[in-house]
Design a protein around this ligand. Structure first.
Ligand SMILES: Cc1cc2nc3c(=O)[nH]c(=O)nc-3n(C[C@H](O)[C@H](O)[C@H](O)COP(=O)(O)O)c2cc1C
Length: 649
């Protein structure tokens, strides 16, 4: 596969679009599509255009517009040539580390006033802190008056007494000093966190609402460091009850006081934490707090049950992804203007080692099987229909057959578990004559599951050996949306009401029936704890094979284009078996099945299209593949600003 930035065969020609001596703003003077000066066909079949810069008149040449103020003025090429180019000079870097090392918690203060300009710099440093969704939740109450500070000292003293039993005499003296510092220091700053309006959506706080408090802590640290650099002392007091501080400082309910800081010129210059000097605690060695790759247990730790990698796997090709992004940054277009196509190109490169080619030759793997639960009326059609559809697909008569033929793709239709004999033209990889009824026990035995996973791997390997650019997954199996729903429920914990849809067109009564079947299966297999156990519980044979194909594709660097709900559920099982493999998945479209969106969200994938297709067999994936080819074409053939003639900024 050719790299996109090998747009070879210079000299290149960009044809002028306008001979009138254009008066349009520079950024609007886009040249007409280049006249083909010569073509060659790359290894992937992509046609390449050659441009000759010299033929472009100055009036129509595309100049890269100057970077507007407030935007990143650096260029991709500059960043690639000097990745460390953002570094400070040595003296400034040393100063940063010095202030971090020499910041101290201060408890004794001189009475001298803090000049307003010094205070303002320190407060401004706090306000430069990072915050989730840029919500800037910190509010800083500067307290100069003695009265409120005495009141705060009193509530702190009361708290100290309440906790006195927890400390020895030495520690109590140490804390007493801090409490006196509240009045001794000329200033107090109460740093509050405003939690925002209830119900308001804050970018980045969806999963961890407390990130507003963490952001406020960042502001406090900024203030602390800036104060240290000024020679000012800061002492953090948290010996108070929120309600007491609220009452003294009129702080409303939606706001929490996070820290009370004593600020003034220090009457001590400690070289290490006071608590270290008094022998209370010592700084842990760095190795105690830094771990490699995963949590290294300390006594008493309970290990969480997050996804665990099943064996080792290859890592994404970061260099290829970054080089694709570098090229996207250089193309004659505003940065990021190809929208979702740009991350798609990057992820494709991270998977395969190169951006998508302009002409993709896909390996289309359609796995077929039947499902035991159809005895309960979960599908409109009987199992003989699965075999008929598989045979028609293999003959190229169905939607996937038409699209695969037209695209020059390699189509494999495989029988993983059709109930009857393998139809003509369909590859025989039959593991069993259909799966068992998932409401009566496991749909697959352990042996069947492993055989289906292995068959899927073998089929994907066969396509990889054939030199295809990617793997497109499809399935055939009457009733397999119910299987997909059960698998999705087991994998995500979502109830059947969310994961079950109408499939091939069930009516309301049919939908109720299908929901009840899925619900019963999920309840029966509630104890299934691993992705293997869940796949064995729900089946089906074609979904297990597709999960195996996902794993093989990742190892073979083949991007995987998913089709509808069933392929997505199978891919989710694959990604749970080997989390690394999730990076190589692409969602072609969002189907009419309601659980599809849930599964794609779980996979972290955004579908390229939303067409309410529900045909299966890889049809939606093949429709979307044309978009990936367009993305590859643009990436390979759009000129860069340098190629267009000018990149002055
Ligand atoms: C969140 C937080 C709350 C603190 N609360 C108190 C406090 O109530 N009383 C006190 O004496 N020190 C308090 N401190 C100061 C710590 O004890 C001090 O930072 C620590 O001993 C390390 O010393 P150093 O800041 O000089 O490195 C607090 C520090 C933090 C980060």
């Amino acid at each position: 596969m050719a790299r996109a930035d090998e747009v070879s065969g210079s000299p290149r020609t960009l044809q002028p679009s306008d001979h009138s001596g254009a008066t349009a703003p520079v950024s609007h003077r886009l040249p007409a599509p280049p006249r083909v000066g010569g073509q060659h066909t790359g290894p992937s079949g992509a046609r390449r255009l050659h441009y000759r810069v010299a033929d472009v008149s100055d009036a129509t040449r595309l100049y890269r517009p100057a970077t507007p103020p407030g935007h990143d003025p650096s260029r991709a090429a500059q960043r690639a040539a000097d990745p460390r180019g953002w570094r400070y000079e040595d003296a400034a870097l040393d100063a940063v580390h010095r202030v971090i090392a020499e910041r101290r918690d201060i408890r004794r203060f001189r009475p001298d006033a803090v000049p307003e300009d010094v205070l303002e710099r320190v407060l401004a440093a706090a306000h430069r802190a990072p915050s989730v969704g840029l919500m800037q939740p910190w509010r800083l109450i500067v307290i100069r008056g003695t009265e409120p500070r005495i009141a705060i000292r009193d509530v702190a003293a009361r708290e100290r007494l309440r906790q006195a039993g927890n400390f020895d005499e030495r520690a109590r003296q140490f804390l007493d000093q801090k409490i006196e510092g509240i009045v001794e220091a000329p200033l107090g700053v109460c740093v509050c966190c405003h939690h925002g309006t209830p119900g308001e959506e804050i970018l980045g706080r969806g999963t961890i609402p407390d990130t507003d408090v963490y952001s406020t802590a960042c502001a406090i640290q900024n203030l602390w460091l800036a104060a240290r650099a000024e020679g000012l002392g800061v002492g953090w007091v948290s010996f108070y009850r929120l309600a007491d501080l609220r009452a003294i400082l009129d702080i409303p309910e939606r706001v929490d006081p996070i820290a009370y800081l004593c600020i003034g010129w220090p009457d001590e210059r400690p070289v290490r934490p006071g608590l270290e000097t008094t022998g209370w605690a010592a700084r842990l060695p760095l190795e105690r707090v830094v771990m490699a790759e995963r949590w290294v247990g300390e006594p008493g730790d309970e290990v969480g049950d997050g996804p665990t990698a099943n064996g080792t796997s290859r890592a994404p090709d970061r260099e290829a992804a970054i080089s694709a992004r570098d090229r996207s940054d250089r193309l004659v277009k505003p940065g990021g203007s190809l929208g979702a196509l740009e991350p798609l190109i990057e992820r494709w490169a991270a998977t395969s080692g190169a951006p998508p080619p302009a002409r993709i030759r896909a390996g289309v793997l359609v796995c077929a099987a039947d499902h035991g639960h159809t005895a309960h009326g979960t599908s409109l059609f009987g199992s003989h229909v699965s075999a008929q559809v598989a045979a028609a697909a293999a003959r190229g008569e169905t939607a996937a057959g038409v699209l695969a033929r037209d695209g020059g793709h390699r189509l494999l239709v495989a029988d993983l578990g059709l109930r009857g004999p393998t139809p003509e033209g369909v590859l025989d990889r039959k593991v069993a004559a259909g799966s068992a009824d998932m409401t009566a026990g496991g749909a697959l035995t352990q042996a069947e599951l492993h055989a289906a996973l292995a068959a899927g791997r073998e089929l994907a390997a066969q396509l990889a050996d054939d030199g295809v650019d990617c793997l497109v997954l499809g399935e055939i199996g009457m009733g397999n949306t119910a299987t997909a729903a059960a698998l999705a429920s087991l994998l995500t914990g979502a109830p059947a009401s969310v994961t079950v849809g109408r499939g091939t067109g069930l009516d309301a009564a049919g939908l109720e029936r299908k929901r009840a079947v899925v619900q019963a299966a999920v309840a029966l297999h509630a104890q299934a704890a691993t992705p293997e156990a869940m796949l064995a519980a729900a089946g089906g044979l074609e979904l297990a094979a597709l999960a195996g194909a996902v794993l093989e594709a990742w190892e073979r660097r083949l991007p995987v284009m998913l089709d509808g709900y069933a392929t997505a559920a199978a891919a989710l099982a694959g990604a749970r078996l080997q989390p690394a493999a999730g990076a190589g998945l692409f969602a072609s479209h969002l189907s009419a099945e309601p659980g599809h969106a849930l599964v794609l969200t779980e996979l972290g994938l955004e579908p390229l299209l939303d067409l309410r297709m529900r045909l299966g067999e890889a049809s939606g994936a093949l429709v979307a593949l044309a978009l990936v080819e367009r993305a590859g074409l643009l990436h390979a053939q759009m000129a860069t600003f340098a190629e267009a003639g000018v990149d002055e900024s």
